[in-house]
Ligand binder design. Structure first.
Ligand SMILES: [Zn+2]
Ligand SMILES: [Zn+2]
Length: 72
């Protein structure tokens, strides 16, 4: 999750969310809150919905997206 942020010549997966597989392209409704995701194999995005879910699934807060919740 905290991989280095160097730009790699990875394959462009057409701006799909790496979690739900839906497009995060402009006009999709997920464009505004998408997050870039990259690893050794590909570069893509994660939509806000999935990003929040990942936090809550791993013991963090899906609302403020923090491991130490500050909103409650
Ligand atoms: Zn998603
Ligand atoms: Zn919170």
């Amino acid at each position: 999750m905290l991989e280095d942020m160097t730009i790699s010549p990875a394959v462009d997966l057409a701006e799909l969310c790496d979690e739900c597989g839906e497009s995060t392209a402009f006009g999709s409704g997920k464009f505004v809150n998408r997050y870039p995701v990259s690893n050794d194999e590909y570069e893509c995005y994660r939509c806000d919905e999935c990003d929040s879910k990942l936090y809550s699934d791993n013991g963090g807060c899906g609302v403020c997206k923090s491991w130490e919740c500050e909103c409650e």
